[in-house]
Structure formats: C-alpha cells, structure tokens
Design a protein around this ligand. Sequence first.
Ligand code: SAM
Length: 401
Amino acid sequence: MRAVVSSCAGPLCAAARSVIPSIWRGKYFSSGNEPAENNPVTPMLRHLMYKIKSTGPITVAEYMKEVLTNPAKGYYVYRDMLGEKGDFITSPEISQIFGELLGIWFISEWMATGRSVAFQLVELGPGRGTLVGDILRVFSQLGSVLKNCDISIHLVEVSQKLSEIQALTLIEEKVPLEQNAGSPVYMKGVTKSGIPIFWYRDLQDVPKGYSFYLAHEFFDVLPVHKFQKTPQGWREVFVDVDPEVSDKLRFVLAPCATPAAAFIQHDETRDHVEVCPDAGVIIQELSQRIALTGGAALIADYGHDGTKTDTFRGFCGHKLHDVLIAPGTADLTADVDFSYLRRMAQGKVASLGPIKQQTFFKNMGIDVRLKRLHGGRHQMNACQSKTSAFPVAGFSELAWQ
Ligand SMILES: C[S@@+](CC[C@H](N)C(=O)[O-])C[C@H]1O[C@@H](n2cnc3c(N)ncnc32)[C@H](O)[C@@H]1O
C-alpha cells in the first residue's frame, strides 16, 4: 500500500462512452475455466447477460461499475464485506494505530498551515467508519490544541448498508439521525464527541471550504478500462457472453480503437495498461478545491507508479476470485496508478509521494506507538483486538503542550 499527499489538476480528456464495435475477437484473457458448480447464476450475472445480449459487450470499467455499485444489486450497496467474516480486511480494521497516526498527520498539517478557524474532514469510501472513529478519538484527546477550531465530518459513501454501520459506529445516540434518501446530504447527525457529521453519495455535493480529504482503499475500487497493445494499436478489453458455455462471461478484444484509449500516454512502453478516468476526475476535483479554499488530501492504497500491467482481480472470503465468476459476490479491485493521479494533479497544488506505507508510518512514529500499546512485546497482526485505553501516538514527541 502507498500513500500520496495530493494536489492539483490539468484538463482531463473527456471520458466518452465506448463505441461498441461490430466484430469481436473471441479471445480469452484471464478468466479461468471454472466448472459449472463454481459458476452460480447470480442476480448480477443475469442482469449483465441481459444487458450484453441487448446492447453488446461492455468495457471492463462498465462491468466493474455495475458489479460494485449498481444501486439495486451492487456488491457494495447492501452488504458488509469487511472483516474476518467478510471478503477482505483493511488496515484500520486491524489496528487503531493506523487511524491514530493519520489523525496526528491531519492535526500537524492543520498546525503547519496556520491553524485555520475551521476545517472539514472529508473521507471517501469510509467502510465501517472505523478509520474516522480512530481519527476522531485523536481529535478529542488533542482537544486542548483544537479547542478553538470548528470541525465537521463529511463522508462520501454509496453503500446504504455501510452508511448504516458508519452511523452506528460514529454517532451520538441521544441526538436523532436525520435521514433524507432523496437529498444530496442523505444523512446527518452528531458524533459521540459532539462534532456535526454528514453523508453524501458524491464528492461534488460536499460543501467547499478548508478541508482535509482522506481516501483509504477507495481509488482501487473505481472502474478501470483495460487495454492491450496489438500490431494494429491499442485495443480495449471488453466483457462478452461466452457463446460456447451457458451462463458464462468471457473477455474479448475490441476490433478497433475505442475512446478511452485517449487516456493512454503517447510514450507508453507497457503492452497492457489499466486506466481509471473516474480517479482522474476525483483528483481534479480535490485539487481544485484545495487550490481554492486550502487543505490537503491523503490517498493511501495498493498501487504502483505507472509500472504494472494486469492488476484487475477479485476477492471473496479472503481468497483470490475469478473476476467473471458469480459477479456481485466478490470484491473487484485494480491497483492505483499513482503516476496518473500525479499527472491529473499537476500544477495547482504540491504533490508528494507515493511512498511506501511502512516509510510513512515509521516517519509518523509508529514504532513508539507500538511499544506503548503492546509493551514492546508483541507485533501488530490481524487478530489483535482494538483498544482505546492508551495514549495517542506522537504526543510526547510533538512539542504541543
Ligand atoms: C475497500 S472499501 C474501504 C473501506 C475503508 N476506507 C477502509 O479502509 O476500511 C471501499 C469503500 O468505498 C465505498 N465506495 C465504493 N465505490 C464508491 C463510490 N463510487 N463512491 C463512494 N464510495 C464508494 C465502499 O462502499 C466502501 O465504503
């Protein structure tokens, strides 16, 4: 996993919908030949088969978007997939130290940039709300430092199920949660530490103002277009119905150039690439906001710096899962191309990284925190239970008192 402190934007080529070419090469890419019993016909598979039979093969980006966030059947919309009983586990679910050190990082940025009278903490894709809960605990413990600062929390989340879990994790029960499914602000309440908290489906709806933005394992679930270099030029990978096996999908190559190829660099040397226009749009929005009203963004994710080729994969029950089998039952992800994010952020605000998470947390004093939390005897691992009874990392090292 890597982190980048990000920044600004240049104009992004328009992301037009792919033209559906008329001739398709029936070439398999990476989907395995699973036996029929391992290929259950899920409601999402039925939906996709119908869609493809009606209008033709779909891009990998469209496939990913439908499978993960379709409002009726999407993987993320109605289930809690995080944790030991789910499909994958994330760092904040493993240890409170992760969120605590990020909380310290935000406060140190706030101090370094002149202690604004107010700031918004905006998290994209907050999962179970654990990370922001750990950050808020740091804010409470550093109440004397933040006492004159007006803080609000803004969560960007498309999942109904996860937003309910976030509310349970974060809000003060005595203050009624306001809900309005039809409004851009679909929930609002007050956190256990008395801070106003708001939920949105789209970053565009978050009010502009001095803000710290956080995205942890969010960019890797955004839809990617996949391309292969051929003697005829870049050709996009699409998802089609397999004509030889019933209820099965397969990958095919488009017979001619498609619009998303505009996102590939002219001097690209790899023979397979993945591009994520949605990530570019979000980085541009973050950059414009930061340039206009101040703040910073921290992006932490699995990723590379423009070097990897085929990273699209699925996870189910903590195991790798064929991306075309039983769609809607497994998480789909592709590594984040940080070189692309940097390009999209170029010019308006400063951009740092990516650096390895290990380096970032060492710089933030994780070793000291681990010693304090576990008496120097134990290593951090996925089975440790979370506890909040210990002081927050970095306190004595930072000269704030
Ligand atoms: C892999 S989980 C990461 C959760 C959390 N950040 C963590 O580290 O535990 C991805 C999160 O992004 C949300 N999400 C996925 N696509 C989204 C989108 N297009 N807009 C907003 N949230 C999205 C999911 O519902 C989920 O909360």
